[in-house]
Design a protein around this ligand. Structure first.
Ligand code: ZN
Length: 166
C-alpha cells in the first residue's frame, strides 16, 4: 500500500485487528520512507446486482438515503437509520454470497424498517412492492396489525410464563 503522505510505493503492517465482528480488518501501517503511520481497512466486497444487470458495491449510505426519503416528517433519527443500515448489511452479508440481487437488499430493509416506523415502512413498501391500489395498502396494514397483535400476544404469554415460574 502506497504511503498517503510521501507517496512511497510500499509500507509495513505494524498491527492488524478485526473490527465490526470480523466483517473488516483494520491495519496500522508504517512508511519506511517518511516514518508516518496510517490505517487501512480491508473488507470483502459485496456487490449489488441491479435489475438492469449492472453491479455496484453495497453501500450503507445508499440504504440510508433510500430509507430517509420514506422517513420524511417521521420521528426517526440518524442513529436509528445508521443502525438499520447496519442490520441490512448484516442480513445480506450473512447469506455468504459475493453478489446479491438488489431486490433482496430491499427485502432486507422491510423488516427493520417495520420495527422502526410503520408509516415509513408503508411508504417504502408501497414503492418497493409497486402498490397500485388501496387494496394493496389495506393488505399491508392488515399484516402490520397482525404483527402488532402477535407482539402483544407474545408479551402476554411472556408475562404469563413469568407468573407461572414465580
Ligand atoms: Zn511516507
Amino acid at each position: 500500500m502506497r504511503c498517503p503522505y510521501c507517496r512511497h510505493a510500499d509500507s509495513r503492517v505494524v498491527d492488524s485487528r478485526e473490527a465490526d465482528d470480523g466483517q473488516l480488518i483494520r491495519r496500522r501501517r508504517s512508511c519506511p520512507e517518511c516514518g508516518k503511520r496510517f490505517t487501512t481497512v480491508e473488507e470483502a466486497v459485496l456487490a449489488v446486482v441491479k435489475r438492469s444487470g449492472v453491479t455496484e458495491p453495497f453501500s450503507r449510505t445508499k440504504i440510508i438515503g433510500g430509507v430517509r426519503k420514506a422517513c420524511q416528517g417521521r420521528p426517526v433519527d440518524d442513529d436509528s437509520l445508521a443502525l438499520l443500515a447496519q442490520r441490512v448489511e448484516e442480513t445480506v452479508r450473512a447469506k455468504g454470497a459475493a453478489e446479491i440481487p438488489s431486490h433482496e437488499v430491499g427485502l432486507a430493509i422491510l423488516g427493520p424498517l417495520r420495527d422502526l416506523d410503520e408509516i415509513a415502512y408503508l411508504r417504502f413498501a408501497s414503492v418497493y412492492r409497486s402498490f397500485d391500489s388501496l387494496a394493496d395498502f389495506e393488505r399491508e396494514i392488515e399484516t402490520l396489525r397482525a404483527v402488532a397483535r402477535a407482539r402483544e400476544q407474545g408479551r402476554a404469554d411472556a408475562v404469563e410464563a413469568a407468573g407461572r415460574t414465580n
